[in-house]
Ligand binder design. Structure first.
Ligand SMILES: *Cc1c(COP(=O)(O)O)cnc(C)c1O
Length: 398
């Protein structure tokens, strides 16, 4: 990819200049291992014919349980099915408190279990479930709180457990974003009844498609193992109505190799994040997700919030400025789940002030482990220029 260097005087593409990138910078690219690292295991799998739920899935479960420091890690085909099976196995009933500022799959998993989502607001700085809004929604029908570590930022695990204890609720985590994150130097597992991670292509640890249910509860782990195989305990006399949610050996082989590479990738990722933060922090009207001091985020996504009054442009126009330069960006999560067509009409809507505000002002910028540092510098420079030339951009678009 050839780069046109941005001169101070160079025009933004939206104002008629040449785009800074001549091919598209995507939002993410999956972190795959070098093919050589997986070649032998793939060959072995092909010749054995054992392509699903066999020895490499078992090995991955062992390695991941070690990494996460939990008793059980169960591999499943993806995080969505892991959540659906886990929630079913926990026999949750009635109403479940869940943030609306999340990916749709968190809530879909509740609906597939005939549960009622009670949407609560998120915190305006951390973007995670807002504790102050939880208690007022707890009723006698509430059986659990589902929290999500948004973009890898650890939710308030200790406080959530306190609230859950007080009202005899279960806490479950959609930890789809959080492989590689930690709280007080501990990986984000073992805090709730279960944590469900995603290993899909946009996540930090990639299997291709895949999910992990982490738990210290043996009964739960056993039930998910049966549940991922239709509910069949091995004798074709199904114990309950399960699913096919088995993980492919190919996915496990990819994930095993990626797990080895993860520590160095997390270091690189941190460096990229710091580059973004350092180069954007002095631009008026831009703020970042707050990570609390005991927390470390894997930054599944790097998000900025745009205050149009101070920045001069709203996030939709900034997205357009970036698009003209061949830079992808994503309004994520917009719309929030409670405003999506599938949910809006059916569930009671509260005014989720922070959720609505953040979803209307947020923009996620490109980030992947092997991204070039100078690409980030160029993206930051474009954003700075968008701020400087905001009046001309607005005039041009009017
Ligand atoms: C990606 C994602 C999921 C779904 O994960 P899959 O492995 O694709 O099923 C669930 N919840 C959140 C918050 C996600 O970002």
């Amino acid at each position: 990819m050839k780069l046109t260097s941005i001169k101070e005087s160079g025009k933004l593409a939206i104002l008629g200049g040449k785009p800074v990138f001549n091919s598209l910078i995507p939002m993410v690219r999956p972190s795959l291992p070098p093919f050589k690292g997986i070649e032998n295991r793939l060959k072995e799998t092909f010749s054995s014919g054992l392509v699903t739920n066999a020895k490499y899935v078992e090995l991955l479960e062992k390695k991941i349980a070690q990494y996460l420091n939990v008793k059980h890690a169960v591999c499943v085909a993806n995080c969505t099915l892991g959540l659906i099976l886990g929630i079913k196995a926990l026999k949750l009933k009635g109403k479940i408190i869940v943030p609306s500022f999340t990916f749709c799959a968190s809530v879909h998993a509740l609906i597939w279990n005939n549960l009622t989502p009670i949407f609560v607001d998120c915190h305006q700085e951390t973007f995670n479930i807002d504790l102050t809004s939880i208690e007022k929604y707890i009723t006698k029908d509430t059986s659990a709180i589902m929290a999500v570590h948004i973009f890898g930022n650890p939710a308030q695990v200790e406080e959530l457990n306190k609230i859950a204890h007080k009202y005899s609720l279960k806490v479950i985590y959609d930890a789809a974003h959080a492989f590689g994150s930690s709280y007080k130097n501990k990986p984000l597992a073992g805090f709730g009844e279960m944590e469900v991670f995603s290993l899909s292509p946009t996540k930090v640890l990639v299997a291709g498609e895949g999910g992990i249910v982490a738990t210290n509860n043996k009964r739960l782990a056993d039930e998910i193992r049966i549940g991922r195989d239709y509910g069949n305990p091995g004798n074709y006399n199904c114990e309950f109505v399960g699913l096919n949610a088995r993980m492919l050996e190919i996915s496990a082989i990819i994930a095993l190799e990626n797990l080895e590479l993860l520590p160095e990738r997390l270091v690189k990722r941190k460096k990229l994040i710091n580059l973004y933060l350092d180069n954007l922090k002095n631009i008026p009207g831009i703020s970042f997700q707050k990570i609390e001091k005991d927390s470390s985020s894997c930054y599944k996504d790097f998000a900025i919030l745009i205050d149009p009054a101070k920045f001069g442009l709203d996030r939709n126009i900034l997205a357009l400025v970036l698009e003209k330069e061949n830079i992808s960006s994503r309004k994520y999560f917009f719309p929030p789940v409670h405003k999506q067509n599938a949910y809006e009409k059916e569930f009671i809507q509260e005014n989720l002030v922070n959720t609505n505000f953040i979803s209307e002002h947020i923009l996620c910028l490109p980030l992947y482990n092997h991204m070039k540092e100078k690409d980030i510098l160029n993206i930051c420079q474009i954003i700075k220029k968008a701020y400087q030339y905001a009046p001309s951009i607005k005039e041009k678009l009017s």
